[in-house]
Structure formats: structure tokens, C-alpha cells
Design a protein around this ligand. Structure first.
Ligand code: TRP
Length: 341
């Protein structure tokens, strides 16, 4: 209900962006806008994508495709409503309220901030959550433990191997003395990643130079700030805010000749230099499989969180060429690496 008010408000503003938002919103729910359609399907699922960036787009696409396949195979129908929170708390809360008042059978929030909001919204209801790509569900207080999450929720996690990302940095720049870190302090997922990295940096005598942001719009200044401090490299943890402005960061860093190492392949596709990380299409598919199990009666509280830790090295060859770096330095294991341009 409330989301309709948001749409009206946006439409009243009369801007192109508002109209685009409203149109996109209608499109997303057009498969089942009415309660009639909901009654016809065996199950209704609300997907809440935290914001728009390439990794979350990949995940939500994979979840929907896999749910379609699983429904077909099981001979059931699932009415899937995909909503994008645009990284905005009010919008996210409105979407959660709508899912709850519609009485969906299950919610799939994608990314930690979406999962946190959805978990609060389903308090006192019996709607289960199967979250996707939550880096540290325990630190985010979404799971009591990875093995037995408790409450009425479980999901998938993307493990960030900070030590291996640092190996990539040192393979290319053995003399690294300082690393710039760009992230949003409000994202638990980034906080955990940075907390894991810091002791390793300290041990190696590498200085961490932090530049935090609260919105994607601040990323450019943060990058300029790090460049002016002369950092040897920049590391981006698994941060949704920075990922939303990754191409801006890459442009700024490449211009200053500073290599950017990231915690996800999407941020390398968007112009970063190198990463080692997980396959987010696979992660989305796993999320959908867990969701299907829960829809068909499995107890989420007792389903262990599934952690992916693929360790796939991805290198952007265009960025490497611009920085005069031989991509082969990143072939740490001799097993090769994925290249993107
Ligand atoms: N793991 C992030 C979280 O917990 C979400 C995420 C998935 C992400 N893929 C990403 C963030 C790529 C930044 C870049 O919220």
C-alpha cells in the first residue's frame, strides 16, 4: 500500500527520473500486480534487491531464472515480485511493509542492508526469509550461527578472502607501503571485511588509509582524497555503496595511475584491476534452491547458511594495459584467471 504513495509522490514531482522509476516499478510487478494473480499462484515470493549495481543485478537475475526452472520441474507456480530499494531506507521499508501486508509466502532480500530491513519487517509474522549474498550474517545479527541460524531465516553468504586479495596486491606491487580503503561505515559487510584485512596489513607493515562514504555520490571525492595522499593501491571491500559508483572510482584511480583491487568480480568488470571472489550467478541459484526448499516445508532456522568461497581470480585487461601491468602476475596458482575488458 505504502509503495503506491511513494509512486504517487514521485509521479507528482513530474521528473523524468520519477516517471522512469514508476514505470520500472510497474514493470517489475506486472507479472502479478493484483491479489487475483496472487491467488492463482501456488506461492508468492517477494525479492528485495537492495540497490542497483551489476553484482546485485546478476544475483536477482539468477534467482528469478532458477526459481522459474525449479517451479517448472516441481509442477508448481510461483508469483515472483521483484522490487529494487534504490539504496534508500524509506523505499526499502515501504517495500518490506508491502510484502508483509500482501502476505507473501517468503521474502528474498539481496545484500545485507536489505536483509536487515526485511528481518525487522517480518518480526511477529510467520514469513520466512532466505537472504542472498549476506557476507557476514552473524555479525549482521541475522543468524545465531552459520550452522543453525535460528529464527525464521537462512540464506547464502559470499566469503571474502582478504588475505588472498592482498596476495594479488603484493604479486603486482611487492613494495606496497600504503593501501587506501573506500567503504561505507554503515555496511556491516564492509566493516567485517575491513576488520579482517587490517591485522594482515599491520603484520606486513602496510599502512591503511581510510576514506569512508555514505552515498555513491561521495565516491569520486573519496578517490581523489586517496590519490592526493599518494596511496600505492586502493582496496574496495564488498561495499554496495561503492559498487554503485564503481566506474567513477575506476576512472579517477586509473587517471591517477593507482591500481584498484576489489572484493567482487563485478567491480573488476566495472573498471577495477583485479579480484579473487565468488561466482554470484551460482550464489543466486543456490539462494533460489534454498527458497524452494523452504516454500515446500523445510525449516529455515535449521538450514545452515551456504557459504561460497570459489576463489576465482578476475583481471580487467583494459585497466591492466592502461596501468602498464602484465595480467599474468595475477596467476598466483598457475591455474589461470578470468579476464574481462
Ligand atoms: N555481500 C554484499 C552484502 O553483504 C552484497 C554484494 C554482493 C556486493 N555482490 C556485491 C557488494 C558486489 C558489493 C559488490 O551486502
Amino acid at each position: 500500500m505504502k509503495i503506491r504513495n511513494v509512486k504517487q509522490k514521485l509521479a507528482a514531482l513530474g521528473t523524468a527520473a520519477a516517471l522512469a522509476f514508476a514505470a520500472a516499478d510497474c514493470g517489475a510487478s506486472s507479472s502479478a500486480p493484483s491479489s487475483q494473480a496472487q491467488k492463482q499462484a501456488d506461492y508468492t515470493v517477494g525479492i528485495l534487491q537492495y540497490t542497483s549495481h551489476s553484482s546485485l543485478d546478476e544475483i536477482s537475475g539468477a534467482i528469478q531464472a532458477e526459481l522459474d526452472q525449479l517451479a517448472l520441474a516441481a509442477g508448481v507456480t510461483i508469483d515472483v515480485q521483484l522490487k529494487n530499494g534504490q539504496g534508500d531506507n524509506a523505499t526499502i521499508n515501504d517495500i518490506c511493509t508491502m510484502f508483509v501486508s500482501d502476505g507473501v509466502d517468503l521474502i528474498i532480500p539481496i545484500a545485507t542492508p536489505a536483509a536487515t530491513a526485511a528481518a525487522a519487517a517480518v518480526q511477529g509474522t510467520d514469513i520466512p526469509l532466505v537472504y542472498s549474498a549476506v557476507t557476514d550474517p552473524v555479525a549482521a545479527q541475522l543468524a545465531q550461527s552459520m550452522e543453525a541460524p535460528g529464527e525464521n531465516m537462512t540464506g547464502t553468504s559470499d566469503y571474502i578472502d582478504t588475505a588472498r586479495i592482498l596476495d594479488l596486491v603484493l604479486a603486482n606491487q611487492p613494495e606496497t607501503r600504503s593501501i587506501g580503503l573506500i567503504y561505507n561505515l554503515a555496511e556491516t559487510n564492509s566493516e567485517t571485511t575491513v576488520a579482517n584485512l587490517k591485522p594482515i596489513l599491520e603484520e606486513k607493515g602496510i599502512q591503511a588509509v581510510e576514506s569512508t562514504v555514505t552515498t555513491p555520490g561521495e565516491v569520486q571525492m573519496a578517490a581523489q582524497n586517496l590519490a592526493s595522499q599518494g596511496v600505492d593501491a586502493i582496496f574496495v571491500p564488498i561495499d554496495n555503496t561503492v559498487a554503485s559508483a564503481m566506474s567513477v572510482l575506476a576512472d579517477e584511480a586509473n587517471r591517477a595511475g593507482i591500481p584498484v583491487y576489489t572484493a567482487a568480480d563485478s567491480m573488476v568488470r566495472d573498471g577495477g584491476l583485479a579480484t579473487t571472489g565468488v561466482n554470484y550467478t551460482k550464489l543466486g541459484q543456490l539462494t533460489a534452491q534454498m527458497a524452494m526448499d523452504v516454500l515446500q516445508g523445510a525449516d529455515p532456522a535449521a538450514m545452515p547458511v551456504k557459504v561460497l568461497d570459489d576463489g576465482i581470480v578476475t583481471v580487467n585487461t583494459t585497466t591492466a594495459a592502461a596501468l602498464g601491468i602484465d595480467p599474468n602476475v595475477f596467476d598466483l596458482t598457475g591455474e589461470g584467471y578470468v579476464t574481462v575488458e
